[in-house]
Design a binder for this molecule. Sequence first.
Ligand code: FE
Ligand code: FE
Length: 279
Amino acid sequence: MQGPLENLEQWDDFVKERYDPNRPRDEFRKHDDDAPLVVREFYRLNHTYQTRDFVRQKKRQYLSLDRRRMGIWEALEYLNTLIDDSDPDTALSQIEHCLQTAEAVRRDGHPRWFVLTGLVHDLGKILCLFDEPQWAVVGDTFSVGCGWFDKIVYREFFAANPDSQVPAYQTRAGVYQEGAGLDSVDLSWGHDEYLYHVVKDYLPEEALYMIRYHSFYPCHQEGAYQYLMNDRDKEMFSWVRAFNPYDLYSKSAARPDAEALRPLYEDLIAEYFPAQLRW
Ligand code: FE
Ligand code: FE
């Protein structure tokens, strides 16, 4: 897997601690300064290379969904072949994170589509298996083609992004109409947008918002980009925020038994998805 992170969880751990509800907001800076060097390097690459052109090129490359045909469980197993460089005994496998998220949602008695969303939300990370570098798969997303929100983590790294030299991309709304809605806005490319397109015909709108925007931390945690949203987005973001704690705080010492849980989840998958989807 193309670095610099030793494993994808290093980014998840970074945002988990940064957005811990008990952390005072004025400590963000200190937290960011204390991050491991590989995490800083990850953001440096992400902020340097995620340009508007890059995002549009990735959409052309991937959104025709003509790479493979796979069912959801098959995709989970495929994602699980992603081998991180870290110690395999301590790192959670990808399938375990998916199951822990889903199980935490299920324990809280949420609707079945919400449980299923927990199960599938990170399947877009199979982009790593298509040889995409980590900075084009994970990372907090941000809009491209308009000015970067002040409080984006490691914002200083945008100085090296070629879009910083395009004045039309540096105004508040940039190439967008204020209030036009996030559907018309290009976000930095990664696993959220890719999976949204794979599953968009099969899940309820609330689930699709959770999937498409779960890494959009500047928006769902810091309230950025309100002026790009429409009323529907603002309403639906309560679901994105409802999902976030399950993604970040469901990790536990007890590892889920994937084979034991499989029949239950195969039933749930079959309720919403066809046997094969286009990836
Ligand atoms: Fe994710
Ligand atoms: Fe996740």
